[in-house]
Design a protein around this ligand. Sequence first.
Ligand code: ASP
Length: 588
Amino acid sequence: MLKTHNCGDLRASHAGPALAVTLAGWVHRYRTHGGVIFVDLRDRSGIVQVTFSQDTAPDAFAVAEQARNEWVIQVKGTVQRRPPGLENPEMPTGDVEVVAGAAAVLNPSKTPPFYIDHEAGEAEGLRLKYRYLDLRRQRMQRNMILRHRTVKFIRDFLSERGFVEIETPILTKSTPEGARDYLVPSRVHPGNFYALPQSPQQLKQMIMVAGFERYFQIARCFRDEDQRADRQPEFTQLDLEMSFVEREDIMQLIEPMITQLVETVSDKKLLFKPFPRLTYHEAVRRFGKDSPDLRFGMELADVSDLVAHSDFSVFRNAVEAGGQVKGLRAEGLGGYSRKEMDELTEFVKGYGAKGLAWLAVQPDGYRSSFAKYLSGETVDALVARLEGQPGDLLLLVADRPAVVAESLGRLRIELGNRLGLRDDNVLAFAWIIDFPLFQWNEEEDRWDPSHHLFTSPMPEDVPLLDSDPGAARGQQYDLVCNDFEIGGGSIRIHRRAIQEKVFKLIGLDVEAARQQFGHMLEAFEYGTPPHGGIAPGIDRLVMLLAGEHNIREVMTFPKSQTASDPMTGAPSPVTDQQLKELHIRLAD
Ligand code: ASP
């Protein structure tokens, strides 16, 4: 190799004239001090200081004099202890320096568009355009290595437990996971398209039909959705499926895997061991979300009964119309100004609420947007229900239950941020169970599956498919952490009759179901074992383990907010010839 040692590995034990080292790496920083140049030389392992002396090694000095940031150089020299008092306790290699005897430029570098040795708030677009430089930075190297360790841990953990890693195709047929498909036109079948998998859902179920019993895959999934901090057009899941299992078996496999993973690869603290389990309805009732952040309280309280007959029409009307009035207590924010209150009002309006009612508890009474419309007793009861103490701010929304949950759920997170209650070093994993099997789709006037259409109903709820589908619960379980859904899974339907019933409820008639899922229905006729699985998102998991707030920070070459890649320019136009081969004519 062009080097004998890694920069970051050098320690005082390497010091001494007997050991000659050859290093190769990037010039991280340099400074000149009279006849001496100090270069911080970096490779993946870390940084070590190299000194070039004009007196003792003039040729090496001449190389260092020329070199600039990010030049690639090779250095031959010896490791020496730094003189007493000049050690740098901040650096793992800070007890030593390498005294250069010879040096060579392996490759110069243009001046990078941003500093590699520190971040200065560069626009993300610039970071993505020069991602290969951004990835040189310590933070990104750490994130990528953490990702590697995470995936390796998972592979080892599952392999030890009898799982087989099996690949499934990328060019496949649409699998409905509720998002838009990415389509790939077929050259040999004019007018036909492959779909990139939204997940390998159907294929892993086929693998169960095929008798593998325990499958996993670090699987790339593709969904054409609007981009958010936790969404990308393509992302990676730990896709997993098991035969002859019940819900409990999957949960008892995944929970120790996650616990041991966190404790092995990160220094994050697990808030709960074992993970608490909340039903879907409990999560929404208490936190407004089915992926609650359980690192802090600030639970939602229902005051509908207290204000249903009050003179305040906003509250009364909401309850009369079948809605709710719920609120939460922002501890110590009673001093918020009108302007800050207006900001919070705008915030909840962004999630569909018509307004935000507020009440600041003061030592000698209340300051409030609504208290004057209610009797003193009602206000006291409301404050008591929300456990308001002097100095607190109580915030309420009156609306349809879905709007109340969404707006207050989001407000709770916003206030959690403002109050510093969301510590990145703490991971609060939990299970959400007993989801409704279906959600009513008002626009389309039909049921939609809450998870996907292969999720089995709870055995005792099967009769509800005929009598009251909205009340049927699915054998679904979501793993959540710190306001994110980390992964969802379910026990699947393995009997054709129930699968057909579900197709029907979601508006797929026999013919349409046969066209889209004929292969599944057919496979299910050949002795399908009872099976179930789950698919935790690797990107979100690594993001939390890294203490990052955006999955792009743990992906090598992510797409931008507009689903494009500033580095390669994808997506980009193609030639007329290519289009012709694909039998495609552009509309405009
Ligand atoms: N395919 C599902 C998803 O991507 C996960 C599963 O049910 O295993 O969310």
